[in-house]
Unconditional design. Structure first.
Length: 179
C-alpha cells in the first residue's frame, strides 16, 4: 500500500482564498509556522505601504542607513576600485561621453532607441577598443540596456550590430517614429 500524501492548505486572511502552505512565507512566531497573508497578498500589501508617505520615508531612512555604514562604504569603494583596475578603457569611454555631453559636443536624446519611452537614457558603447569611436554610442533606457547586455551574453554568436537592430525593431518603424 502506497503512503498517502496530504497537501496541507491554509486560508489567506487578506484575499480569503484557501491555498497551499507553500504559498505562505515562514514565520516562527505563528502557531502553524506560516504568515497569515499569502506571498502575493503580502507583496501587494508591501507595495501599497511603500506608496504611502510613511512607507516612502521608512524606505528612504532604511536605504540611507545601509548605504552610510562604514562596511558598505568600504565595500562600494573596493568594488569600484576593482572595476576601474579591470576595465580602465570603459571608465575612460564613459568619462569621454559625459564630458562631451557637458561641453555640448554630444546630445543625449530624451527617449530610448529601443522602446521609445521618454526617460533618462544611457549611452551604450559598441566597442571600447578604438578611442575615436568612444563618442559613437546608442541610447537606451536602463531596462533596455540591461536587456541588450543579457542578449550579448546569451547569444555571443550574433553580431553586436545585429543585436542592436533587433533591439530597435521593438519600435514600430524603428527609432524614426519617436518624437
Amino acid at each position: 500500500m502506497e503512503p498517502v500524501v496530504t497537501i496541507k492548505t491554509k486560508f489567506c486572511t487578506k484575499c480569503k482564498v484557501e491555498k497551499s502552505r507553500l504559498e505562505f512565507s515562514k514565520r516562527a512566531a505563528s502557531p502553524d509556522g506560516r504568515q497569515a497573508y499569502c506571498k502575493s497578498c503580502k507583496t501587494e500589501s508591501h507595495r501599497e505601504y511603500c506608496q504611502t508617505p510613511v512607507g516612502r520615508e521608512s524606505n528612504r531612512k532604511s536605504s540611507e542607513k545601509c548605504s552610510r555604514t562604514p562596511t558598505r562604504k568600504k565595500s562600494y569603494k573596493k568594488s569600484n576600485k576593482k572595476f576601474k583596475e579591470l576595465h580602465p578603457e570603459r571608465v575612460k569611454a564613459v568619462a569621454a561621453v559625459n564630458n562631451a555631453i557637458r561641453s555640448g559636443k554630444l546630445h543625449r536624446p530624451p527617449y530610448c532607441e529601443s522602446c521609445g519611452k521618454e526617460v533618462f537614457v544611457i549611452g551604450h558603447h559598441k566597442s571600447y577598443d578604438d578611442e575615436d569611436k568612444w563618442l559613437d554610442v546608442d541610447w537606451f533606457c536602463k531596462k533596455c540596456h540591461v536587456e541588450l547586455h543579457r542578449l550579448i551574453k546569451l547569444l555571443p554568436e550574433i553580431t553586436h550590430g545585429r543585436l542592436l537592430r533587433l533591439m530597435r525593431q521593438r519600435l514600430p518603424g524603428g527609432t524614426d517614429n519617436v518624437k
